[in-house]
Design a protein around this ligand. Structure first.
Ligand code: SAM
Length: 847
C-alpha cells in the first residue's frame, strides 16, 4: 500500500491526517471502453457552470463587498426581459465531473441469443408452460399469437448504444458534455421533474409496487416514505435545481433541438420565467395542456391538466413535424359543417337536432360546408362564369380561385353551390378528415395507452410519444434527466430514436431496465433498411379545391405519429448499457486512511470532511470518535461499538479495503465493522463470509444512496440513506453429457437484519427478489446480461399486449438458469436486484 500524505486537524482538535492510498500491487482491471474514460487523468475534475447568460454589461444588484466569495450576486440587464430572483440564485457554480462507467451491457449478440431461446421455448412448450425469464412476453406472444413472426430490434449507426445511467442529472449532463462529446447532439430533452416542493411525492419504495407502505419497516429494509421531506429552502432550492439543469440542457441541444418540461399548474409560471431566462423569450415554442386522471375534487375547481412547456434552442431552426388528429366534426369551428348530402344526392341544411349529434350521423351522409370560391385581389379582366343558366362574377376586389376550365370541372363534380347571389365551394368533411393538433390535448387519458403503472409518478406514454414524433426523426437522440420508470426511453425505443436517461433512484433505474428489456413493440418499416433513413408513414389524402379543379392526385399528408407497421415481425428493445458515474477502474483500489503522523500536507480538509459527513449521517445516534488506518470512525452507543470504513467517493469498495479495515478494527479490539460504499466490487460477499468464518468479527456492508451528498436536499434519517447490501446465495451444477453445461440456481439472499443484528435469509422465491441476472462469462469488470429472470407478479406489459388474463403461477420467478457452456474467462457472475432496487453481485470461478 502506498500513501500520499496530508495533514488535517481532527474534529477533536488533535492533529490527524487523512491520506489517499492506493494498493500498488493490485493489477489494474480492464477499463471499460466508455467514451474517453480510459484516457483521463485520475484526479477529480471540477468545472464551472456559468449561468449569467452573457449579461456581462449588467448592473450588479446587491453586490457583495470585495473579497466576499459567496456566489449570490446575479447580473441583470435592465434592457432585458424581467427575470425571477430567489434566495441563493447565483450566476455560476462548480460541478464535479466524473466519467460514465459502463457497469452492465445488454448487447446485440445476447439479445439474439435470448430471442433464439424464447423461440425454441415457444416451439417446445405447450400453451400452459411457465417461463418467468427474460422475454417471457415474447415467448408467450410467439406461442399464442404467431410463431412465424420475425423478431427484430433496431440498432443505430456507428455502434451507438442507448444509455440508462444511475446518477444525479447535473453530474450526468456535465459528464455527457465533458467526456462523451454529446454537446449540441441532442434533438429532444424531455424533463418530468418532481413537480414541486414536496420531494417525497416522487419517492417510490419498491420496484414491484407503486404504493409506499410504512409497515414495511418490519421488513428491515431501510425505506420510509419521507426520505427527503422537502428541498432545503423549498421553492428557492427547487428553482436553483431546475435552472442549473436547464443551462446544461441548452449545451446538450443541437441547433434544431427542443426541450420540453412537464409540469403542473402550480409551478408552470415559474418554469416559463426560468426558461425565458435560459432559452430566451423568443424561443418559446408552445405551452401544451393535457388532461390527466387525478386531481378531481368537489371542494373547488378540479385541476385536471398538466402542462408541457416547450422551448426551442433556436426557434428559427427548430425541427417540428405537424401531427394530425382525427377531427370531431363538431369541433371544427362552430357552425362550419352545417349541410349534408344524403345518399340519394339531395342536399340540405342540417336540422338543429341533427347538428346536436353531428358526430354520430349515418356513415353515408356526406357532411359539408360552403367555403369561398374567390380570393382577395381583383383580376385584371372581368371573370364572368356561367352556372345553372346564370352569370356570376367574383365579389368586389376578388378573383376566382380557379381558371374557367377549373371552375367547370368543379361544377361537374358538384363542388359549386349558389348561396344568395354568389357562388360557394362545397367542402366535404371527408376531403381531409384530420386537423393539425392544437395545444390542448384532451385524448391523453384514453385508448390503449392508459397502461398500468409501474412507478408512482409514471407519465402516460401517449404524451411522450407525441412529443417525440413532433420534435425528432428516427435515429435522433432523446435525453431525459428524470428517468423514473423510463417512459421517455421506452417511447424513444418504440419510435426508433436513440436515448439516454438517468435517475438518482436505484428503484427507478431497475424499474426502467426491467420495463425496457421486457417490452414488445410493433416493428416499423424503414425506407432504406436503416432507422436513420426514416420510417414509411401512414398518410391521408387531402382533397382540395385545386386538386378537384385541375384533376390532380389529392395531396398525401404523412402522419408522423403513425409509422407503417411490418405485420410479419414483432420487435424487442435494442442493445443498451447501464452506467453509473465514477472512476471505478482507477479508483477501485484507492481509499482514505487516517493516521496520527503530522508530516503531510495536501487535500486534507476535503477528505476529512467527506468521511466525517458520511459517518455522522450514518450514525446520528452514536458518539463518533476519530480512528486509525482504514477505520475512519468508531461509533459507540451503550449497546454496541462499531468501526466504520467508508469507500471512495467515486469508486467501488474492494475486498482488500474490507480486509484491511477488519484488521485495523481487530487491532483496536473492535469486533463489528461497517463498510459503507457507493458501489461494491462483485466478490465482496465471499470476503465477508471468509473473514466472519475466521474470527468473531461481524461485518456489515452498507450501500449509500446515490444522492446522499446532493446539494439542496435536506439531510435526513440515516435509515433512508443507507441500506444493507444483500449477498446472493447461488449453487452451480455441471451436467456432463458429452459437453459440460452449467446451470446456476439462485437459492436466496443473505440480508443484514437490524432488529436481530444478524444475517437474515430470504429465499429466492420469497417475493424479496425482484429480478436476477446471469453473466455466463464474466470478464471481471463489466456485467453482461446473458440470462435474466424477473418476478412477473404483475406482468403488466403482457396483460396489455395480449389483452388476456394471466395465471400468476406462469410468471413466478424462475430460480434456475438455462444450461450454458463454460466461457473463456471460466467465471460467472450473478446479480440480484431486491424489491427496493438494491443490487448485489456474486462472482464464481468455474475452475
Ligand atoms: C416525476 S418522476 C419522473 C417519472 C417518469 N416520467 C416516468 O414516467 O416514470 C421524477 C424522477 O426524477 C428523479 N430525480 C429527482 N431528482 C433527480 C436528480 N437530481 N437527478 C436525477 N434524477 C432525479 C426522481 O428520482 C424521479 O424518479
Amino acid at each position: 500500500m502506498a500513501e500520499k500524505k496530508t495533514r488535517v486537524k481532527s474534529s477533536k482538535g488533535t492533529e490527524k491526517k487523512v491520506t489517499r492510498y492506493t494498493y500498488e500491487n493490485i493489477k489494474e482491471p480492464r477499463t471499460p471502453e466508455t467514451g474517453h474514460t480510459s484516457l483521463l487523468p485520475s484526479d477529480e475534475q471540477v468545472v464551472t457552470l456559468p449561468m449569467d447568460n452573457g449579461w456581462s454589461k449588467a448592473i450588479h444588484v446587491g453586490k457583495l463587498k470585495e473579497g466576499d466569495e459567496r456566489p449570490v450576486v446575479v447580473d441583470m440587464d435592465p434592457d432585458a426581459d424581467p427575470v425571477l430572483f430567489w434566495a441563493g440564485k447565483r450566476n455560476r457554480r462548480e460541478v464535479p465531473v466524473l466519467p460514465l462507467q459502463r457497469i452492465e451491457i445488454v448487447a446485440e449478440s445476447r439479445i439474439a441469443q435470448i430471442i433464439e431461446r424464447a423461440r425454441k421455448a415457444a416451439d417446445e412448450k405447450s400453451g400452459a408452460a411457465r417461463q418467468g425469464h427474460l422475454y417471457a412476453d415474447l415467448e408467450k406472444t410467439l406461442r399464442e399469437a404467431d410463431r412465424s413472426k420475425r423478431i427484430e430490434f433496431y440498432t443505430h449507426d456507428e455502434g451507438w448504444k442507448n444509455k440508462l445511467i444511475c446518477g444525479d442529472s447535473l453530474q450526468v449532463m456535465e459528464s455527457l458534455l465533458h467526456y462523451e462529446g454529446i454537446n449540441s447532439k441532442v434533438q429532444l430533452i424531455y424533463i418530468d421533474p418532481p413537480y414541486g416542493i414536496k420531494y417525497d411525492s416522487n419517492f417510490q419504495q419498491r420496484v414491484d409496487s407503486t404504493k409506499n407502505d410504512e409497515a414495511n419497516k418490519a421488513d428491515d429494509i431501510l425505506t420510509i416514505k419521507a426520505f427527503r421531506d422537502t428541498w432545503a429552502l423549498g421553492i428557492h432550492t427547487y428553482l436553483s435545481y431546475l435552472r442549473e439543469r436547464l443551462y446544461l440542457c441548452r449545451e446538450l441541444l443541437t441547433a434544431s433541438g427542443s426541450v420540453i418540461v412537464q409540469i403542473n399548474d402550480q409551478n408552470a409560471h415559474f418554469i416559463r420565467a426560468l426558461m425565458d431566462e435560459v432559452f430566451g423569450v423568443a424561443n418559446h415554442f408552445a405551452t401544451v395542456v393535457f388532461n390527466k386522471t387525478t386531481g378531481f375534487t368537489d371542494q373547488r375547481l378540479s385541476g385536471v391538466f398538466d402542462c408541457l412547456v416547450w422551448y426551442a434552442k433556436d426557434i428559427e431552426q427548430v425541427k417540428y413535424h405537424q401531427i394530425y388528429q382525427t377531427k370531431a366534426i363538431g369541433l371544427e369551428g362552430a357552425g362550419v359543417y352545417t349541410r349534408v348530402e344524403l345518399p340519394d344526392g339531395t342536399r340540405r341544411q342540417l336540422t338543429s337536432e341533427e347538428l346536436d349529434r353531428i358526430d354520430s350521423l349515418p356513415a353515408d351522409w356526406r357532411v359539408f360546408s360552403l367555403g369561398d370560391l374567390g380570393s382577395q385581389g381583383a383580376a385584371k379582366e372581368p371573370q364572368p362564369f356561367e352556372f345553372n343558366g346564370n352569370t356570376f362574377y367574383p365579389a368586389a376586389n376578388n378573383h376566382w380561385k380557379a381558371k374557367t376550365e377549373g371552375l367547370r370541372r368543379l361544377a361537374e363534380g358538384k363542388r359549386i353551390e349558389v348561396s344568395g347571389s354568389s357562388l360557394r365551394y362545397v367542402r366535404f368533411y371527408a376531403d381531409f378528415p384530420v386537423s393539425p393538433i392544437s395545444n390542448i390535448w384532451l385524448d391523453t387519458n384514453t385508448g390503449s395507452f392508459t397502461e398500468p403503472k409501474m412507478y408512482a409518478v409514471q407519465t402516460g406514454t401517449k404524451v411522450v410519444l407525441r412529443c417525440i414524433a413532433m420534435a425528432t426523426d428516427p435515429g435522433d437522440l432523446v435525453f431525459d434527466p428524470t428517468c423514473g420508470s423510463g417512459t421517455t426511453a421506452i417511447c424513444a425505443e418504440r419510435l426508433g430514436r436513440r436515448w439516454i436517461t438517468c435517475d438518482t433512484s436505484r428503484v427507478a433505474i431497475n424499474v426502467a431496465r426491467q420495463r425496457a428489456i421486457s417490452a414488445i413493440f410493433p416493428h416499423y418499416r424503414t425506407r432504406n433498411g436503416k432507422v436513420s433513413g426514416d420510417f414509411e408513414y401512414e398518410s391521408v389524402s387531402r382533397v382540395t379545391l385545386k386538386s378537384v379543379a385541375y384533376d390532380l392526385e389529392p395531396e398525401k399528408v404523412e402522419l408522423f405519429d403513425s409509422p407503417k407497421v411490418d405485420k410479419d415481425a414483432i420487435r424487442v428493445c435494442g442493445p443498451f448499457e447501464v452506467m453509473s458515474l465514477g472512476r471505478y477502474s482507477i479508483q477501485d483500489w484507492k481509499g482514505y486512511a487516517v493516521t496520527d503522523s503530522l508530516d503531510a500536507v495536501g487535500e486534507p480538509a476535503k477528505l476529512e470532511n467527506y468521511l466525517n459527513v458520511i459517518c455522522r449521517l450514518y450514525r446520528k445516534d452514536a458518539a463518533i470518535q476519530g480512528a486509525n488506518g482504514l477505520v475512519h470512525a468508531v461509533a459507540e452507543t451503550d449497546k454496541v461499538k462499531a468501526a466504520i470504513s467508508v469507500g471512495p467517493l467515486s469508486g467501488r469498495v474492494t475486498a482488500k479495503q474490507i480486509n484491511d479495515a477488519v484488521q485495523d478494527a481487530l487491532a483496536s479490539g473492535i469486533l463489528e465493522v461497517h463498510v459503507l460504499g457507493w458501489a461494491f466490487e462483485a466478490n465482496v460477499g465471499e470476503v465477508k463470509s471468509q473473514l466472519e468464518r475466521r474470527g468473531k468479527v461481524k461485518i456489515e456492508l452498507i450501500m449509500i444512496r446515490p444522492d446522499t451528498l446532493a446539494e439542496g436536499l435536506k439531510a435526513t434519517q440515516p435509515e433512508t440513506l443507507f441500506s444493507p447490501l444483500a449477498l446472493p446465495d447461488i449453487e452451480i451444477e455441471t451436467k456432463n453429457n458429452g459437453t459440460s453445461l452449467i446451470t446456476t440456481t439462485l437459492r436466496g439472499v443473505a440480508v443484514f437484519d437490524r432488529n436481530t443484528r444478524g444475517t437474515g435469509y430470504k429465499s429466492a422465491d420469497s417475493g424479496y427478489v425482484s429480478a436476477w441476472y446471469l453473466d455466463e462469462d464474466y470478464d471481471g469488470d463489466c456485467f453482461v446480461d446473458c440470462q435474466m429472470f424477473f418476478d412477473f407478479k404483475k406482468a403488466p406489459n403482457l396483460k396489455a399486449t395480449l389483452k388476456a388474463d394471466i395465471d400468476p403461477q406462469e410468471y413466478k420467478l424462475q430460480t434456475t438458469s438455462q444450461p450454458f457452456p463454460i466461457g473463456g474467462y471460466k467465471r460467472i457472475a450473478v446479480k440480484v436486484v431486491d424489491v427496493y432496487g438494491n443490487e448485489s453481485t456474486v462472482v464464481r470461478d468455474l475452475g
